[in-house]
Write a new protein. Structure first.
Length: 135
Protein backbone atom coordinates (compact mmCIF):
# COMPACT_ATOMS: atom_id res chain seq x y z
CA UNK A 1 0.00 0.00 0.00
CA UNK A 2 1.28 3.47 -0.85
CA UNK A 3 0.17 7.08 -1.22
CA UNK A 4 0.97 9.38 -4.12
CA UNK A 5 1.56 12.96 -2.97
CA UNK A 6 1.40 15.66 -5.64
CA UNK A 7 3.38 18.80 -4.87
CA UNK A 8 3.15 22.21 -6.53
CA UNK A 9 6.30 24.14 -5.60
CA UNK A 10 5.68 27.75 -4.64
CA UNK A 11 5.85 29.80 -7.81
CA UNK A 12 5.75 26.65 -9.97
CA UNK A 13 8.67 24.92 -11.62
CA UNK A 14 10.66 21.82 -10.72
CA UNK A 15 10.72 20.16 -7.32
CA UNK A 16 13.99 20.82 -5.51
CA UNK A 17 15.73 18.04 -3.60
CA UNK A 18 15.30 20.08 -0.42
CA UNK A 19 11.53 20.36 -0.88
CA UNK A 20 11.26 16.69 -1.89
CA UNK A 21 13.03 15.64 1.31
CA UNK A 22 10.94 18.01 3.43
CA UNK A 23 7.68 16.58 2.02
CA UNK A 24 8.93 13.01 2.43
CA UNK A 25 10.05 13.71 6.03
CA UNK A 26 6.65 15.20 6.83
CA UNK A 27 4.86 12.18 5.34
CA UNK A 28 6.98 9.66 7.21
CA UNK A 29 6.63 11.61 10.47
CA UNK A 30 2.90 12.32 10.33
CA UNK A 31 1.45 10.25 7.46
CA UNK A 32 -1.18 7.58 7.98
CA UNK A 33 1.04 4.88 6.46
CA UNK A 34 3.83 5.29 8.99
CA UNK A 35 7.56 5.75 8.78
CA UNK A 36 8.52 3.53 5.82
CA UNK A 37 9.54 6.09 3.18
CA UNK A 38 8.82 3.74 0.23
CA UNK A 39 5.11 4.01 1.01
CA UNK A 40 5.06 7.61 -0.21
CA UNK A 41 5.52 8.58 -3.85
CA UNK A 42 6.24 12.29 -4.29
CA UNK A 43 5.40 13.77 -7.71
CA UNK A 44 5.34 17.30 -9.07
CA UNK A 45 1.92 18.51 -10.15
CA UNK A 46 1.67 18.91 -13.92
CA UNK A 47 0.92 22.47 -14.95
CA UNK A 48 -1.87 22.76 -17.56
CA UNK A 49 -1.61 26.21 -19.15
CA UNK A 50 -4.85 27.81 -20.38
CA UNK A 51 -4.64 30.46 -23.11
CA UNK A 52 -6.88 33.46 -22.38
CA UNK A 53 -8.28 35.94 -24.86
CA UNK A 54 -9.96 38.77 -22.99
CA UNK A 55 -12.14 41.43 -24.65
CA UNK A 56 -12.89 44.42 -22.42
CA UNK A 57 -15.25 47.32 -22.41
CA UNK A 58 -13.74 50.28 -20.57
CA UNK A 59 -15.81 52.95 -18.87
CA UNK A 60 -15.86 56.34 -20.59
CA UNK A 61 -13.28 58.79 -19.26
CA UNK A 62 -11.12 56.14 -17.61
CA UNK A 63 -7.45 55.64 -18.51
CA UNK A 64 -7.51 52.51 -20.72
CA UNK A 65 -3.85 51.63 -20.10
CA UNK A 66 -4.43 51.68 -16.35
CA UNK A 67 -7.49 49.43 -16.63
CA UNK A 68 -5.71 46.97 -18.92
CA UNK A 69 -2.76 46.88 -16.52
CA UNK A 70 -5.10 46.15 -13.59
CA UNK A 71 -6.95 43.46 -15.56
CA UNK A 72 -3.63 41.86 -16.52
CA UNK A 73 -2.56 41.80 -12.87
CA UNK A 74 -5.94 40.35 -11.85
CA UNK A 75 -5.78 37.54 -14.41
CA UNK A 76 -2.15 36.75 -13.55
CA UNK A 77 -3.06 36.56 -9.87
CA UNK A 78 -6.13 34.40 -10.58
CA UNK A 79 -4.02 31.80 -12.38
CA UNK A 80 -0.90 32.03 -10.22
CA UNK A 81 0.06 28.58 -9.00
CA UNK A 82 0.13 29.82 -5.39
CA UNK A 83 -3.55 30.81 -5.63
CA UNK A 84 -4.78 27.48 -6.91
CA UNK A 85 -4.99 23.87 -5.87
CA UNK A 86 -4.10 20.63 -7.55
CA UNK A 87 -7.07 19.36 -9.54
CA UNK A 88 -9.08 22.53 -8.81
CA UNK A 89 -11.83 23.04 -11.38
CA UNK A 90 -11.53 26.24 -13.43
CA UNK A 91 -14.84 28.08 -13.73
CA UNK A 92 -15.05 30.98 -16.15
CA UNK A 93 -17.61 32.66 -13.89
CA UNK A 94 -15.01 33.07 -11.13
CA UNK A 95 -12.56 34.72 -13.53
CA UNK A 96 -15.35 36.87 -14.99
CA UNK A 97 -16.34 38.11 -11.51
CA UNK A 98 -12.79 39.06 -10.62
CA UNK A 99 -12.19 40.96 -13.86
CA UNK A 100 -15.55 42.74 -13.59
CA UNK A 101 -14.51 43.92 -10.11
CA UNK A 102 -11.61 45.90 -11.62
CA UNK A 103 -12.36 49.62 -11.53
CA UNK A 104 -13.10 50.95 -15.01
CA UNK A 105 -14.27 47.67 -16.58
CA UNK A 106 -17.79 47.95 -18.01
CA UNK A 107 -17.95 44.46 -19.57
CA UNK A 108 -15.71 41.50 -20.29
CA UNK A 109 -15.84 38.48 -22.61
CA UNK A 110 -13.56 35.46 -22.92
CA UNK A 111 -14.21 34.18 -26.46
CA UNK A 112 -13.53 30.49 -27.03
CA UNK A 113 -13.00 29.72 -23.35
CA UNK A 114 -15.08 26.82 -22.03
CA UNK A 115 -17.36 27.37 -19.05
CA UNK A 116 -15.41 24.82 -17.00
CA UNK A 117 -12.08 23.00 -17.18
CA UNK A 118 -11.55 19.91 -15.01
CA UNK A 119 -7.85 19.08 -14.72
CA UNK A 120 -6.70 15.48 -14.44
CA UNK A 121 -5.51 14.01 -11.17
CA UNK A 122 -2.14 15.55 -10.27
CA UNK A 123 -2.63 18.54 -12.59
CA UNK A 124 -2.98 22.23 -11.81
CA UNK A 125 -4.33 24.92 -14.13
CA UNK A 126 -2.01 27.85 -14.86
CA UNK A 127 -2.06 30.80 -17.24
CA UNK A 128 -0.81 30.21 -20.76
CA UNK A 129 -0.79 33.05 -23.30
CA UNK A 130 -2.78 36.15 -22.40
CA UNK A 131 -4.19 38.53 -25.00
CA UNK A 132 -6.28 41.52 -23.87
CA UNK A 133 -8.11 43.85 -26.24
CA UNK A 134 -10.35 46.77 -25.39
CA UNK A 135 -13.00 48.85 -27.07
Amino acid sequence: EYVIVFVAPEGGGPLSTELYNKVLDTCTSYGALGEWYKRYIIKVAVEDPVDIICSLGIDYGVNAESVISSVTATINSFFHIDNSDIRKVFLIGELHSQVMAVSGVSWVEFPGLPYMIQPDNGHIITLGNLVISSS
